[in-house]
Design a protein around this ligand. Structure first.
Ligand code: 6PG
Ligand code: NI
Length: 186
């Protein structure tokens, strides 16, 4: 039958997602004032400095149950004071929805936090695969000196709840001190 083969619409090219339906966004330092601990170091930096970029592919409408979304995130290398650049981090607003992350390039830490504020972390490297259970906040920290890229796949009805992390933060911070990576727990 003619027309049975449809051309693929999405491509991964040099750590970027390309295709007709890609939605890209950039988070700048100015979007992340509440995130970093050292306010003095923060105010000395350029607010227009990009911290991370996200390309998303939404094959179905937001909030539709049964679908999947796909994302690629690239976190720039950098620090505010001793604290590494990272994503804002969030719970899913439809709380009991899970997600996969996988490392593509660079190195970092994936920080998890459950509703009791218990935290744990997994090392993200090229090829690492991470399952984020439901009811668990997730944030990625670029602990390296190059761009950290990772992929994500999550249910289309997951939604994002940034509010509680914006207010309360995670109960652990990842910083470099005297050339060593340390995790400060609250
Ligand atoms: C999601 C994913 C992922 C995430 C980005 C940016 O649920 O959409 O976890 O695509 O949104 O890595 O991180 P923040 O959403 O925390 O800014
Ligand atoms: Ni998520």
């Amino acid at each position: 039958r003619q027309g049975i083969i449809q051309s693929s619409k999405m491509f991964l090219v040099a750590n970027r997602l390309e295709g007709k339906k890609v939605e890209s966004s950039i988070r700048y330092l100015s979007d992340m004032e509440a995130v970093f601990m050292d306010k003095v170091a923060f105010s000395a930096l350029d607010p227009q400095q990009p911290v991370y970029e996200v390309d998303c592919y939404f094959p179905v409408a937001d909030n539709k149950s049964g679908g999947l979304f796909f994302g690629l995130t690239r976190i720039f290398p950098g620090k505010v004071g001793g604290e590494f650049f990272m994503t804002k981090g969030h719970f899913h607003s439809n709380n009991d929805t899970a997600e996969f992350y996988w490392g593509i390039k660079g190195k970092g830490l994936l920080l998890f936090m459950d509703k009791t504020r218990k935290v744990w972390a997994e090392e993200m490297t090229e090829g690492s695969v991470h399952y984020i259970p439901g009811n668990t906040a997730h944030r990625v920290i670029n602990t390296g000196v190059e761009m950290l890229s990772f992929g994500a796949c999550w249910p289309s009805d997951a939604g994002h709840d940034y509010g509680s992390i914006e207010k309360e933060g995670f109960s652990a911070r990842v910083v470099e001190k005297d050339g060593k990576l340390i995790i400060i727990e609250e």
